[in-house]
Design a protein around this ligand. Structure first.
Ligand SMILES: Cc1cc2nc3c(=O)[nH]c(=O)nc-3n(C[C@H](O)[C@H](O)[C@H](O)COP(=O)(O)OP(=O)(O)OC[C@H]3O[C@@H](n4cnc5c(N)ncnc54)[C@H](O)[C@@H]3O)c2cc1C
Length: 408
């Protein structure tokens, strides 16, 4: 009846279908950066919150805006450390970005970086991308980040215990530079909610990176974690108020089971896992990186959309899944791929429609921002088809109140 009444899932250990009845549901399953070949995502950040929201009847917003972090770790191999750790150190200590010929290059792209190291993320990403494209990249296809001009004392003071952790990875910044290149890091788009974190589906809320629209076309560093805290608190508070006093509606078991049993004709007793879903996910990651990545063109986006739709319509449906109830990883991979393809299609479609460059959405074929696109784009599911629309950007003016800080 167009209302959120709970959730349906799989108990991975037993393979049984689990129904959770609830008067309110909060979607908080993170972003979608795993859909890109190079990413800083955790293992399951493949956009399942967005897919769940679409299927429940909610709208997505700003899906074309994926943030790429310019200097993600590339080489040598580094285990157990954050791939985006280099940024604060570059600012604090003054690391130099050098191309494959060991020359500084950021100044060639209209930014002043020398001595200040404050080129904007999008400018640094563009400069690195272009250096590599023009054959001036480092051996693994990025650029060098060098600290060899900084004294050992300063390095020890600023890096502290990190020096030891880097040493365990065989990295000595005093002796050699490391290689860095852009990496998909955060999704500005997501589920459309109001200030109470409510979607347009009664009882359905969202929180964290799953929420879209709060950051505009790009995100300022450091905003995501406060956002997750604030949105989480608000979603909890307002969903609890909504649920309070409402009688819980029973979930229709047949309807719920049908949702989760979608691949039932693809389940085969005795079949061996052949890795088809993971192979397709790998292909999708490369496709998104190459054609829906940092710098887009209408042509590349159309090619991506065509392939994503074929993967969704044919390849996904042709995967044979072994019917092994407990710990059926092949089945989980199939669900993840299904969600990932829907999200990839949403991002690509929205990127095609935004025929301008703005923030994290940069098109090489249309390099300027256009006032007519100072709008949010929405995506919703109608039957099996994604439908896009436009919404006016809410413009709210606040008056800041002067307050005296408490003296401790
Ligand atoms: C390496 C890295 C460094 C960062 N550094 C900063 C920083 O310094 N400052 C800052 O502000 N932001 C930073 N960010 C961004 C910020 O951390 C994230 O935006 C934020 O943590 C998102 O929180 P979340 O709870 O919404 O999602 P997540 O932390 O991604 O949590 C989502 C949860 O949902 C679970 N899940 C996924 N799918 C399903 C499913 N189908 N069913 C059930 N559960 C599911 C996942 O297992 C996970 O536990 C960083 C991000 C990364 C990746």
């Amino acid at each position: 009846d167009g209302e959120a009444v709970g959730a349906v899932g799989i108990d991975v250990e037993s393979g049984e279908i689990v129904l959770v009845e609830s008067s309110a549901v909060i979607l908080a399953a993170g972003g979608l950066t795993k859909l890109y070949k190079r990413n800083s995502a955790s293992i399951n950040m493949g956009g399942e919150a967005f897919s769940l929201a679409l299927h429940a009847g909610a709208e997505l917003i700003d899906m074309e805006f994926v943030q790429f972090f310019p200097i993600g770790h590339l080489a040598p191999r580094m285990v157990g450390m954050d791939p985006i750790m280099w940024d604060p150190f570059r600012y604090k200590v003054g690391g130099r970005l050098l191309n494959g010929n060991f020359e500084e290059f950021i100044h060639n792209y209209g930014a002043s970086d020398s001595g200040t190291y404050t080129a904007r993320r999008d400018v640094a990403s563009y400069a690195i991308y272009k250096e590599v494209e023009e054959g001036r990249g480092s051996p693994h296809g990025g650029v060098w980040l060098s600290f060899d001009h900084i004294s050992e004392d300063v390095m020890k003071e600023k890096f502290g215990p990190m020096i030891g952790r880097l040493a365990k990875n065989g990295i000595d910044l005093q002796k050699s530079a490391i290689e860095v290149s852009p990496i998909a890091h955060y999704h500005m788009g997501g589920i459309r909610v109001d200030t109470q974190m409510k979607t347009r589906v009664p009882g359905l809320y969202a929180a964290g990176e799953a929420v879209g629209g709060a950051n505009g076309a790009t995100r300022l560093s450091g905003n995501a974690i406060p956002e997750a805290f604030v949105f989480g608190e608000r979603a909890g508070r307002f969903s609890a108020a909504f649920a309070k006093g409402r009688s819980r509606m029973p979930i229709e078991e047949a309807a719920a089971t049908a949702i989760i049993s979608e691949p039932k004709f693809q389940l085969k007793k005795g079949a061996k896992p052949d890795g088809s879903a993971t192979a397709l996910m790998t292909e999708l990651q490369s496709l998104m990186w190459d054609k829906v990545g940092l710098f887009r063109t209408g042509e590349k986006l159309e090619q991506a959309l065509l392939r994503i739709r074929t993967m969704k319509k044919d390849d996904l449906r042709n995967i044979i899944i072994p019917d092994n109830a407990p710990f059926n990883q092949a089945l989980l991979d199939w669900y993840e791929l299904r969600a990932g393809l829907l999200c990839a299609e949403s991002v690509t479609l929205a990127a095609i429609n935004r025929t301008e460059s703005r923030g994290a959405h940069q098109r090489e074929d249309i390099t300027e921002a256009s006032p007519e696109f100072e709008r949010n784009q929405t995506v919703e599911l109608s039957g099996d088809e994604l439908v896009t629309g436009w919404a006016e950007v809410p413009r709210i003016s606040y008056t800041l109140e002067a307050k005296q800080a408490a003296v401790i």
